[in-house]
Structures are given as C-alpha cells and as structure tokens.
Design a protein around this ligand. Structure first.
Ligand SMILES: [Zn+2]
Length: 179
C-alpha cells in the first residue's frame, strides 16, 4: 500500500479517537477510481463509505507525477498526508451534526467568521479569510470546514485563527449532541 494511503488512515483514526460518535456513521471502507487520495462517498447527504483512490495504491509504491496536483494544502512543502484522513473525518462529523439537528458545517463557518472578523481577521472578506487556510478551502464551505480541521491538525497553535475558531465551534456543537 502506498505510504501516503497509510498515513491517511492514521489521520482518520486519530479523528475518530477524538470524535468517537463519528464512528457509527462510517459503514465501510472502500476503493474508488475518483481522483482523490482519500474521500467520503455520500448518497443523499448520507456518508456511505470512506474510499481510498485506487491510483494511489500502486504495487511498486510510487506515485504518478501528474497526481501531484492533489496536494492542495496551504504550505505544500510541509504537507502531511495524515491531515487528509483528518479532513475526511471532518466531512463525516458535518453529517453527524446535521443528523442531530446541530449547526451545519456551512453555518459554523459563517458564525466563526462573524465572531473573529473584526478582531483576529482584521476585517478581511470571507473569501480572503478562506485563503488563510488553504486554496482548497475556497472550493465550497463544506471543504472550508474540512480544511479548517486539517489545518488545525497539521499546524496546531500555528494554524489560521479562522481554522481554530471553526474547530472550536464545531467541538461545542459535537459536545452538545445528546448521547
Ligand atoms: Zn473534502
């Protein structure tokens, strides 16, 4: 198995350790031909599988040159593949919050921005705030949410303040779920 694929699994397992309720929502692990190293497959907004991208599981352990563009995190050079697994865990957490009537990933991102816009973000626009996390965070607010987790996982205290606020609010929602 390709080295990065193993690392993705580690990131996901660490996520599940931190947010154990998410485990119940991941029914199976599979393989996809999609252009991802690891992704969550949804049907009708319900997570059905965590998939590994087949092209990254090569027999000789090498990665094709053209696949380098999947490394999308800010600070490319220090990328750690574990953060991909952590990112995917965050997508499933978003589904868990939604199922339990908590704030959605999109709402959490908007609230986080409003709370720190004038203070820690120096009044920058929502779009510019996303770029303090990564280029990929710009794709959709769902990706913004997951990238915030990857950012905090990878950079800890040095993560973007926007990421830290998103993760903090998400944890509050998670902790408020009735068990
Ligand atoms: Zn994603």
């Amino acid at each position: 198995m390709f080295e990065d694929t193993k690392k993705c699994s580690i990131g996901l397992l660490e996520f599940l350790d931190e947010f154990p309720l998410v485990q119940k929502l991941i029914p199976r692990i599979g393989i996809t031909r999609d252009n991802c190293i690891m992704c969550v497959q949804f049907i009708n907004e319900k997570p059905i599988e965590i998939s590994f991208g087949s092209k990254f599981i090569s027999e000789d352990g090498t990665k094709k040159e053209e696949d380098k563009n999947i490394y999308f995190h800010a600070g490319d050079e220090q990328l750690n593949a574990e953060s991909f697994g952590y990112h995917e865990g965050a997508h499933v957490l978003a589904a868990l919050l939604k199922n339990n009537g908590m704030y959605s990933d999109v709402e959490i991102c908007k609230k986080a921005y409003e709370q720190i816009r004038q203070t820690q973000l120096n009044g920058i626009s929502y779009e510019d705030a996303k770029l303090t996390i990564s280029d990929y965070a710009e794709e959709t607010d769902n990706e913004l949410f997951a990238e915030a987790f990857a950012d905090v996982y990878q950079y800890g205290e040095n993560a973007s303040p926007f990421s830290k606020k998103i993760v903090q609010l998400a944890k509050m929602e998670y902790n408020a779920i009735k068990r």
